[in-house]
Design a binder for this molecule. Structure first.
Ligand code: UTP
Length: 492
């Protein structure tokens, strides 16, 4: 017993010494990489400056070589893997009252969610570690100016929503923000200089997600420089592992939080804290719950909520055969696989901790492969800017936790009220379309209180003024003097 303890202690001390001065322990990682057929990672080690050597050793220390080898083999075998769709069914969901769903469960769910919020059981969780390559914005995506009149950043929009929900339910809502090594510093600075947008600094918790090395077609780790491994974030599914590793599960537990409201950084329309959604999740005792929108057309590029072998799954648009995407439900006349995933979830903290604990907890998210252009060096150490995909990146996806869940619920939400992401620099899902959709929502709110909005295109309502049409109507009714409506009006 003591021997085991002594060994563990010795290991921990060695690990600590390594982090204090990686150069003292340089031989062991080099040997580990050589034995795994990845010795080229240290090919130029002797030529590096001391700091570069340390950086490379620290990067190498984070890599699980067995995992990389297993994934590389799986990547090479992927063409021979058949995706089996036998027995696939569309997943059931709870329809929104606006599309004919029964109103009563929604009222009950809202009351249950509000109770949980008043008890301080819910935290918000934004994943903001992506690279945002399609948007091509110079800075973390959350700092992108997203709103139609004020040009507020995505982070400011979420901060105001979380602030307003906290004020409404009488408490401080904790907000977790997952960044990546590449954007963590800039993200934190942005919040510092913006004074946390009115939130308390103590309620906002940043942590970075894990990294995975990129490999070439033969499973060799790619180097982005002579002393640097080409690493990339491990996908939004990495958020659960990062949540555990960062110690935030324990932090939330100690604060009495048992439920997480998860959303992605690029969608300003998201209801960061939706009492009804929280209530449906809690009422069912679910591990993870999801929102769906009816697909806009058969080939919309969203994942499809399905059931396979009795388990909920999301099948990506690139995987679902065209004929299934187009198949019509004879009873409704609508698409059979109609439920599109918009990456908005509620998770129980215990379930997030179990999935984030990975193999040790008996649950782990699988990795997906992305064949991408990865800038790297060639065998002679010269930089290469590939014109064609040359590397494989490994990423985990949050929706792969669905089949691991005991219970999960899907509810319908209205696209126009909840989903207009900023993914691309131009065209669909761009800042232009998202600003248009935000303005349209605010114009609908104005029209529903009887205002004439013809001729207006661009308006903005701060989440602190109102987060929903009902809240807007109540605020509007309470205004002694109503403002005269004009293009570019802002309700703050
Ligand atoms: P996307 O799939 O849109 O990827 O991420 P992206 O990296 O932001 O953008 P592209 O593909 O390079 O253009 C969806 C959400 O998941 C987060 C993103 O920040 C975004 O909120 N994400 C993605 C992470 O937090 N980490 C990742 O490793 C990947």
């Amino acid at each position: 017993m003591l021997g085991g303890f002594a060994r563990l202690f010795h290991l921990q001390v060695r690990r600590l010494l390594f982090y204090l001065d990686p150069l003292m322990e340089a031989d062991a990682p080099m040997e580990r990489f050589r034995n795994a057929g990845q010795g080229h990672v240290f090919q130029y080690f002797c030529d590096l400056q001391e700091e570069e050597k340390k950086t490379l050793l620290l990067q190498a220390e984070e890599i699980d070589l067995e995992e990389v080898s297993r994934l590389s083999i799986a990547f090479r075998a992927r063409d021979s893997m058949d995706l089996d769709f036998s027995g696939l069914k569309p997943a059931p969901y709870i329809p929104h009252p606006a599309s004919g769903g029964d109103e009563e469960p929604w009222v009950e769910a809202r009351a249950l969610g509000e109770e949980a919020l008043r008890a301080g059981r819910v935290a918000a969780f934004t994943v903001a570690g992506g690279q945002g390559t399609r948007l091509g914005f110079d800075g973390p995506k959350g700092t992108f100016p997203a709103t139609p009149v004020m040009g507020k950043s995505l982070f400011q929009v979420f901060a105001e929503k979380i602030f307003a929900s906290g004020a409404r339910f009488g408490g401080q809502i904790q907000w977790l923000i997952m960044t990546s090594v590449q954007n963590d510093k800039e993200t934190r600075q942005f919040f510092e200089t913006s004074n946390y947008f009115g939130l308390e600094k103590e309620q906002v918790h940043f942590f970075t997600q894990g990294l995975m090395p990129a490999v070439d077609g033969n499973g060799k780790i790619l180097m982005s420089g002579r002393g640097r491994i080409a690493m990339n974030p491990d996908g939004h599914g990495g958020s659960l592992r990062a949540l555990v590793r960062s110690g935030n599960v324990e932090r939330l537990r100690s604060l009495g939080v048992d439920t997480i409201s998860y959303f992605q950084v690029d969608n300003p329309l998201v209801q960061c804290i939706d009492p009804g959604f929280i209530g449906f999740h809690l009422g069912e005792g679910a591990d993870i719950s999801s929102k769906m929108v009816p697909k806009a057309h058969a080939h919309e590029k969203v994942g499809h909520f399905c059931v396979k072998n009795g388990r909920q799954v999301v099948v990506e648009y690139s995987d679902l055969p065209g004929e299934l995407q187009e198949k019509i439900n004879p009873r409704s006349g609508e698409l059979l696989y109609i439920a599109g995933s918009i990456a908005i979830h509620i998770l129980s903290l215990d379930f997030a901790a179990r999935v984030g604990g990975g193999a040790e907890e008996g649950l782990a998210l699988p990795f997906h492969f992305a064949h991408k252009k990865v800038p790297c060096i060639d065998e002679a150490g010269n930089p290469v800017q590939p014109m064609e995909p040359n590397g494989v990146k490994f990423e985990m996806f949050i929706f792969d936790s669905l089949p691991l869940a005991g219970k999960s619920v899907i509810i319908e939400t209205r696209r126009e009220d909840e989903f207009s992401p900023i993914k691309n620099a131009q065209g669909e899902d761009s800042a232009e379309t998202s600003k248009r959709d935000q303005s349209s929502q605010f114009l609908r709110w104005l029209a529903s209180v009887g205002e004439n909005v013809s001729g207006l295109e661009t308006v903005e309502v701060s989440p602190v003024f109102a987060q929903t049409g009902e809240e807007f109507a109540a605020r509007w009714r309470g205004m002694d003097t109503k403002p005269s409506l004009q293009e570019g009006i802002y309700f703050g």
